[in-house]
Design a binder for this molecule. Structure first.
Ligand SMILES: CC[C@H](O)CC(=O)C(=O)O
Ligand SMILES: [Mn+2]
Length: 338
């Protein structure tokens, strides 16, 4: 199985959800947690890309360069990416972003307009940036047309090309058709970016991976435009469950949501419906009604609820064996205090 690389776009696509109001301090908190979790690429900036802060797209109180600088001050291992939409951002903006610490760029165009990105991709490559061609609104073009446009990105020198479901309109069968055609006909890796508007983001991400995509986007707790993106947290859990080779750590990715993103959102009066303990039920194959009992036991024995749920899954507990929860929590606490 090929290695799968995860790009987290909480701090760029998620910026749409917070009306582009992530501050440099918010960026530091979230980017450092993503970096610690082993996320391969962290994308930062205005939701509409470099210099998107305008009356047309929505003003941000902070410019992209401050945000990139803030992220660069804490990121140690991940690549740091910006989005550049030719016509909104320029090559000069990209140079400035690089000076502030960006080392990757996703050059985004409408799915039928890769031509407009030629100079930006070539310039990015010359600057030594990891360069991604990002074809937006891919549901609007035929498989043949998506391939034609992706080939343009390849010919300009892009390192990867993305088939992006900006509208969350693609069905798994569309994702399979488009991604497998790109994988079979390009010599660069292929990526996929989903939106969850039809509740298909994680399913479509898996369809993309099974069709040969090796770069997949997510965002913490699925924060992003519309119904949000594929949740990075869930993506990591599912990929681990399927034994894919990924760099990200499951608990640390969840912690990035719980301890970094969610407090930042709460400080802005925003909430998420994220229930990561419940996600772990699915990861572990543990009875759903065990959740509340496990939370209580975690508190009583001062152990991580995720460890309880995973151990119950290992012991193959079924409904009616609620008494095991206490036993597992007690065993874990003894192990911890040994
Ligand atoms: C307007 C840029 C857009 O948000 C890029 C993107 O993430 C997408 O097309 O889905
Ligand atoms: Mn998007």
């Amino acid at each position: 199985m090929s290695k799968i690389y995860i790009t987290d776009t909480t701090l760029r696509d998620g910026s749409h959800t917070v009306s582009h109001k992530f501050s440099p301090e918010d960026v530091k908190k979230i980017a450092s947690s993503l970096d610690a979790a082993g996320i391969d690429i962290i994308e930062v900036g205005h939701g509409d890309g470099l210099t998107g802060s305008t009356i047309n797209y929505g003003f941000s109180p902070y410019n992209d360069f401050e945000l990139v600088r803030a992220a660069a001050s804490v990121v140690k291992n991940s690549k740091l990416a910006v989005l550049l939409i030719p016509g909104i951002g320029t090559v000069e903006d990209l140079e400035r972003a690089q000076d502030c610490g960006a080392n990757a760029v996703r050059v985004a165009t409408h799915v039928t307009e890769a031509d407009v990105a030629a100079q930006h991709v070539r310039a990015a490559k010359k600057m030594g940036l990891f360069t991604v061609g990002f074809l937006m609104m891919a549901h609007m073009a035929s498989v043949e047309r998506v391939l034609e446009e992706a080939k343009k990105f390849e010919s300009y020198g892009a390192d990867i090309v993305y088939c992006t479901d900006s509208a969350g309109a693609m069905l798994p069968v569309d994702v399979r058709d488009k991604i497998s055609t790109l994988v079979q006909n390009l010599s660069i890796p292929v990526g996929h970016h989903s939106h969850n508007n039809l509740g298909l983001a994680i399913g479509n991400s898996l369809a993309a991976i099974e069709s040969g995509a090796t770069y997949i986007d997510g965002s913490l707790s699925g924060l992003g435009a519309g119904s949000g993106n594929t949740s990075t947290d869930t993506l990591v859990a599912v990929m681990k469950k399927m034994n894919y080779d990924i760099n990200a750590d499951l608990y640390k990715t969840m912690d990035a949501s719980t301890n970094a993103l969610i407090p930042v959102l709460e400080s802005k009066g925003l909430k998420t419906n994220t229930n990561l303990d419940a996600m772990i039920l699915g990861y572990a194959g543990c009875y759903s009604s065990f959740l509340l009992h496990s939370r209580r036991a975690a508190e009583r024995f001062n152990v991580d609820v995720r460890d309880i749920i995973i151990e119950l899954g290992n012991r193959k507990a079924v409904g009616g064996q609620e008494d095991w929860i206490i036993e597992v929590a007690s065993d874990l606490s003894k192990l911890k205090n040994k």
